[in-house]
Design a protein around this ligand. Structure first.
Ligand SMILES: C[S@@+](CC[C@H](N)C(=O)[O-])C[C@H]1O[C@@H](n2cnc3c(N)ncnc32)[C@H](O)[C@@H]1O
Length: 421
């Protein structure tokens, strides 16, 4: 761990890897795999973060993840019997996070499942429904799978009360939407695969349920700790944020994917939006609303200004979006400071990126933002990204590849910690 006193004296590139943060000691539970979610971080990060807090004599009664994604920290907090508050702007993320961090009686799950299957068999769908379907859904699905998904969604609503059990099954439904569509398998770009043979809806749902039921049995949650998860823009001034002892989070990456686009199938099917692009609004770094670039530039901190000015001549549009991202992250640092109790710790997992040869120093920028927000003890270390994410290249379709002609992605990331003393 390197303590940052003067930012100008820290060379972020040569910070050594700290193997403590590389791997966990226990196997990740199935519950973490009930739904795919890009940019999900490994579950052991939470355990390590709590260990770190303990070493620092911080008693963690309530933790928060301000970008809770699919609920990795939410679920781990529940397992550790710690109260949790999570926020994410993406309704698909919060659906998964809620489904993960609740406990279910196996017998009731099984009864609801059986009722869903029998309702499914009885529901008739007329041809006209496909003809009048949302054009975007017609683009992704053949008529048979569209109709079967519609039938399944209706069966879930018919067979379950409006409760956590319905949410569990809607989460199952959501995770079969990509395999049953023409979406190019494993691609992080919304792209049709004309040669794909989409999975059968009922079969996919049965397998998904079997896995989730097993995950529920395995996790066997008994904790009474409270979990609150809100679907909100963290930077919305009207958002009521709690006071917590610790924040464990990973912010969205700057030159990364548009989350709203990636989750469009779930957003459309679950009626979160008529047009999934609406959901881009408010995302960190999103240029969806009007912003005066020239005027706002003045608010950028030193690291932010340096990066944006390196981009501005040749890549004006990129410079605008990176600037917006940095400005938003400066706000995020302030929000974190105000959410923490005295002595509290905020821990961020954040990677640097590169755009056409220009390094985007996200970690350094956030460290400076934390300092400017009042955090008085800032430390940093680095970890290696394991599993498949280790492959540092992506091909044209956004899939991981070992081919060095692909686009380089980060294979290391920083653990940046700020303490409010
Ligand atoms: C790197 S991901 C977090 C992944 C998470 N750690 C997990 O394991 O699933 C960042 C998240 O930030 C969310 N996000 C982006 N802008 C946001 C905003 N303004 N307010 C709240 N959440 C936002 C995205 O929807 C995304 O889920």
């Amino acid at each position: 761990m390197i303590q940052i006193t003067n930012l100008d004296e820290v060379d972020f590139d040569t910070i050594p890897i700290d193997s403590f943060w590389n791997t966990g000691t226990e196997k990740e539970l199935k519950m973490h795999r009930i739904h795919s979610y890009p940019a999900k971080f490994p579950a052991f990060i939470t355990t390590k973060a709590l260990e770190y807090a303990h070493e620092k004599s911080l008693e963690t009664k309530q933790i928060a993840d301000i970008f809770c994604g699919c609920g990795t920290v939410a679920f781990e907090a529940k397992r550790c019997d710690i109260d949790f508050w999570g926020c994410d702007i993406n309704p698909v993320a919060t659906l998964i996070a809620r489904a993960k961090s609740d406990k279910y009686q196996s017998g009731r799950l099984e009864n609801y499942y059986n009722s869903i299957i029998s309702s499914y068999d009885q529901i008739d769908i007329a041809d006209a429904w496909y003809e009048s379907a949302n054009e975007r859904l017609k683009y992704w699905y053949n008529q048979t799978n569209y109709e079967n998904l519609l039938r399944l969604k209706m069966a879930i609503k018919e067979a379950t009360p409006n409760s956590k059990y319905r949410l569990f099954f809607l989460c199952a439904f959501s995770n079969i939407l990509k395999p049953t569509s023409k979406w190019l398998t494993k691609s992080i770009k919304p792209q049709v695969d004309p040669h794909k043979n989409p999975a059968d809806v009922l079969q996919a749902f049965k397998e998904q349920y079997a896995f989730m039921a097993l995950a529920n049995k395995e996790s066997n949650l008994s904790s009474k700790a409270s979990t609150e998860i809100v679907t909100k823009n963290l930077l919305d001034p009207s958002l009521d944020k709690p006071k917590v002892d610790m924040i464990i989070t990973s912010p969205p990456y700057v030159t990364s994917y548009e989350y709203a686009d990636l989750h469009q199938l779930s957003s459309l099917w679950l009626d979160f939006a008529e047009d999934f692009r609406e959901l881009r609004e408010g995302s960190i770094g999103s240029l969806h609303h009007i912003y005066n670039f020239e005027r706002e530039l003045k608010r950028l901190n030193k690291t932010g200004t340096h990066v944006v000015f390196r981009l501005i001549d040749q890549h004006k549009n990129k410079a605008r979006s990176v600037a917006k991202y940095f400005l938003d992250m400066q706000q995020v640092a302030k929000s974190c400071y105000s959410m923490l109790n005295s002595g509290g710790i905020a821990l961020f997992i954040i990677g640097n990126t590169e755009y056409k040869g220009v390094k985007i120093h996200n970690a350094q920028h956030l460290a400076e933002s934390l300092k400017d927000s009042g955090f008085n003890e800032i430390t940093i270390t680095k970890r290696k990204i394991s599993n498949k994410i280790l492959t540092p290249y992506r091909d044209e379709q956004g899939r991981f590849t070992t081919d060095k002609s692909g686009r380089k992605i980060y294979s290391e990331e920083y653990i940046l910690i700020g303490r409010k003393l």
